[in-house]
Design a protein around this ligand. Structure first.
Ligand code: ZN
Length: 184
């Protein structure tokens, strides 16, 4: 695999910077979820639609990167929220039934978003008709390349209409109530 860029330089933004840009309904939902300890994932429609369209485009395993912002203690402590603003589909992928590699081009495409202060916050890939789970290879990929406490891993099965989310180097499951699909 040619993973050649890590996003270790992501700055954590104060949570007020996030809620200031949300509508009342979204902000109220976010504050409710933030009362607990685990981070909340804000999934913007633009990113969700791009991931869904890519996932449904071919019935083979494919994937890409998730780009956005990280909110929490600006000193680098607890992550309160991860906002996924954009998805960057990988044009090169080499897949087997339960493994996937992406080319270096996808990292270059993701780097373009740095001008908007967006960074790689995770990755997504599909398991067509295999179910939404993390394989051993997926866990290794997460541990090796998406090992920040905010790093997300999304796996989708577009045929069975399933998805599952994982976070951090040990691929901890993210329960679905923590995935907040925002209205804008
Ligand atoms: Zn997989």
């Amino acid at each position: 695999m040619k993973w050649n860029e890590l996003s270790g330089d992501v700055v954590r933004l104060p949570i007020t910077a996030l809620t200031a840009q949300l509508g009342f309904v979204d902000a109220a939902r976010i504050f409710r979820v933030l009362a607990a300890e685990a981070p909340v994932v804000l999934y913007r429609p633009r990113a969700a639609q791009r991931v869904a369209a890519h996932a449904e485009s071919r019935r083979v395993e494919l994937g890409g990167l998730l780009v956005g912002k990280v909110f929490g203690d600006p000193a680098g402590g607890r992550v309160a929220a991860i906002e996924i603003c954009e998805a960057v589909p990988s044009e090169q992928f080499d897949s087997t039934a339960v493994s996937l590699s992406m080319g270096s081009e996808v990292w270059q495409h993701a780097a373009v978003y740095r001008k908007d202060d967006l960074h790689v916050v995770g990755w997504y890939h599909t398991h067509p008709n295999l179910g939404a789970f993390f394989s051993g290879t997926d866990r290794s990929t997460q541990r090796g390349f998406f090992r920040e406490s905010y790093s997300l891993g999304l796996v989708l099965d577009p045929i069975r209409n399933q998805e599952a989310w994982f976070i951090g180097p040990e691929s901890e499951p993210v329960p679905s109530p923590r995935i907040a699909r925002t209205q804008t």
